[in-house]
Every structure is written in structure tokens, then in C-alpha cells.
Ligand binder design. Structure first.
Ligand code: ADP
Ligand code: MG
Length: 342
């Protein structure tokens, strides 16, 4: 039928050996990678270790009918690296747990790992282990990433102070619009399998959905500017809920100016076409993986013209609510819809 290799032809160990062959180790702290009962790591002196994990489940977090496996592998790494970046840390090693339905071929898993490999290269992180099993349900990935930050410089959600500038990297709402486009094309395809997807006009938003990048570049740039955020979180569930998390942890209120929320032109155009309010997409759409952070007002001069960073508001006393200030100067309480896992 096809020349694809069924998984049982290689077996678990054969598959691991095949995947391992393409892995390059780059981190000086990786003493031993894949192949033993556990990896051996040597944390850098003077650094603190941060660790994060994420589960990605077929049908819940991704849809294989429009998410290519290579992109999925890349995204699985990127979303975890984003959490490491949100701690003001740099990633060092990762482990990947894999539950694979038997309908998958060896080549399909290799495609997934090609995405993982590309992300490891982009973020300078070593794949040092994992686990592999079959499953009777959907493809499931569990990624755990370790990272390092200079001792005392890992940034928590809780360090924000009233008057601190509230900043966000990049632009928001694009990943949500990308998902709308992909869902629409999927419906067209289900109605007529001969139909060709029309994605040409939506390159930016589709790429924001399928291939998000962790903003490690922003972590590096802030360090170069000599700035350490007072608090930070990554924007995975929409700006509104992240601002609420940050304020709750910091014990502050906030004022967010709607006019300052960065939304890219392709996102505005797609939203208009779908009759969606771009502001709602930015506030409540998920998966942008930008960084939301606070800086003392003294940092203003250093960041006011930064191309990748936008000041969207500032923190206030706890007594003030977390509010959204419209162009007309009207303040409305911020409501977080966000992404609900259950
Ligand atoms: P164990 O029985 O001790 O769990 P395994 O046979 O599962 O050992 O794994 C052998 C080696 O291969 C280990 O180093 C493990 O970390 C690695 N490994 C297993 N599955 C994966 C995977 N999906 N990705 C990367 N490394 C893996
Ligand atoms: Mg195992």
C-alpha cells in the first residue's frame, strides 16, 4: 500500500535508536544524554535551575487534520521554552514523553522529531531523554524543560509594584485568528475533500497558530539593556487572564490602555473578515506566547522606542481593580475569559 514503516517493525528500542541518531548535544551542562536509565546534568555554578512541563493531547490541544507533525514537534518545545523565558531563564535540557497510537508510522514520528530537533537548535536546548509508549487514544506529548537563571534573578509573577510599567512583547490575537482560519478551512475540506485550503492571505496568523516562537530573544535583549523585570508571565491564555494572574500574584491592580494593545495588521484584517473584535482576540484568544512583564518607571527611556516591546499600561494599588481604559478615558473592569482546560 505505502512504503511507510509500521511502528511494530522497529519496536520501541529501534525507534528510540533511530530518533537518537539525529540528536546533537550543545549544552556544556549535559554530561550524558539519551541511552542510559537517566541523563546526567551538571548545573552551572551560580545559577538556579528552573523546570516546567506541559502536556499536549490530540483533540484537546491540537488537531492533526491541520497541524503538520513537524510544526507540532516544534510547538511542543516552544511552548515549554516560553515558560522558561517567562522566568527570565534560558533553557538547557528537555525530556519528551510520547504516547503514540499504533496507526502512526515510523516516518510520522520522525517528522514530529524533526520539529523537535529544529526547536532544540533554535533555542539551544538539549533533548536528553524521554519515554515512549503506545496508546489506544490520541497522540500525546509530555515535554519537560529545564533552564537556568543567575541566582536571585529568576523572575516570578509576584514581584510587580504599583506604578511599574506593564509591558508586552510582540503582538497579540494572531494565534487565535490563525485558529479561526484553520477551523474554517477544515470545515470546507470536510464538506469537499477535493477543496484546496485557502491560506495564502493568512500566512501571518496561521504561522502564529502553528509555529509560535518562545521570546527568548526578549529575555536576551532585556539583559543587554541591563533590565530585570519585576514580574513576568507568558501570554498563553490571552492577555486579560495573564494580567489578572500577574496582579493577583503581585497584590496590585492595573490599568491597561486598550489603544496601546499591539495587534498586527494581518490580525486586524482577518478579524474584520470574520466579524470579530480584534481587541477581544487579543484579550481572550490564546497561544500568542508573548511575554507580559513589569519594569520600574525608571526603565521608561530604555524601552519607550523598543520595536519588540509595547508599554500597555501600569500597575496600581490593590484597591484599584484591574481595569481596561478605553480611548475615551473610560475605565471598565477587565474580565478574563481565557482558555479553560475543563
Ligand atoms: P527505561 O526503561 O529506563 O525507561 P527506556 O528504554 O524507556 O528506558 O529509554 C531508553 C533511553 O531512551 C533513555 O535514555 C530514555 O530517556 C530515552 N528515551 C526513551 N523514549 C524517548 C523519547 N521519546 N525521546 C527521547 N528519548 C527517549
Ligand atoms: Mg522508559
Amino acid at each position: 500500500m505505502s512504503d511507510l514503516t509500521p511502528l511494530h517493525a522497529l519496536g520501541e528500542f529501534g525507534l528510540i535508536r533511530r530518533l537518537q541518531q539525529k540528536i546533537t548535544l550543545r549544552q556544556p551542562g549535559t554530561v550524558l544524554g539519551i541511552g542510559d536509565d537517566a541523563a546526567i546534568l551538571a548545573p552551572t555554578a551560580g545559577q538556579e535551575v528552573v523546570m516546567t512541563t506541559d502536556l499536549l493531547v490530540e483533540g484537546v490541544h491540537f488537531d492533526l487534520s491541520f497541524c503538520p507533525l513537524k510544526h507540532l514537534g516544534y510547538k511542543a518545545v516552544a511552548v515549554n521554552v516560553s515558560d522558561i523565558a517567562a522566568m527570565n531563564a534560558l533553557p538547557t535540557q528537555l525530556v519528551l514523553g510520547l504516547a503514540v497510537p499504533s496507526r502512526f508510522s515510523v516516518e510520522a514520528i520522525e517528522e514530529l522529531y524533526e520539529g523537535v530537533r529544529l526547536a532544540c537548535e533554535a533555542y539551544n536546548v538539549d533533548l536528553v531523554g524521554g519515554d515512549t509508549t503506545s496508546t489506544r487514544t490520541g497522540l500525546t506529548l509530555a515535554v519537560t524543560v529545564l533552564g537556568e537563571a543567575p541566582a536571585g534573578q529568576a523572575v516570578r509573577r509576584s514581584g510587580g509594584k504599583p506604578t511599574d510599567l506593564l509591558c508586552v512583547s510582540g503582538d497579540l490575537g494572531g494565534a487565535y485568528m490563525g485558529l479561526q482560519v484553520l477551523e474554517r478551512e477544515k470545515q470546507v475540506f470536510l464538506a469537499d475533500p477535493e477543496a484546496q485550503p485557502e491560506l495564502d492571505n493568512y500566512e501571518y496568523v496561521v504561522q502564529r497558530q502553528l509555529r509560535p516562537e518562545a521570546r527568548l530573544d526578549v529575555v536576551h535583549e532585556l539583559r543587554e539593556l541591563g533590565l530585570t523585570p519585576t514580574s513576568m508571565i507568558d501570554v498563553s491564555d490571552g492577555l486579560a487572564s495573564e494580567v489578572m494572574h500577574l496582579c493577583a500574584a503581585s497584590g496590585t491592580g492595573a490599568r491597561v490602555f486598550t489603544d496601546n494593545i499591539p495587534v498586527a495588521n494581518p490580525t486586524l484584517e482577518a478579524a474584520a473578515e470574520f466579524n470579530l473584535d480584534p481587541l477581544t482576540c487579543a484579550l481572550n484568544g490564546g497561544e500568542d506566547y508573548e511575554l507580559l512583564f513589569t519594569l520600574p518607571v525608571t526603565a521608561y527611556e530604555k524601552i519607550k522606542n523598543h520595536p519588540d516591546i509595547t508599554i500597555i499600561g501600569h500597575l496600581t494599588d490593590k484597591e484599584d481593580a484591574v481595569s481596561l481604559v478605553t480611548k475615551a478615558g473610560q475605565a471598565v473592569p477587565l474580565q478574563a475569559q481565557g482558555w479553560k482546560a475543563f
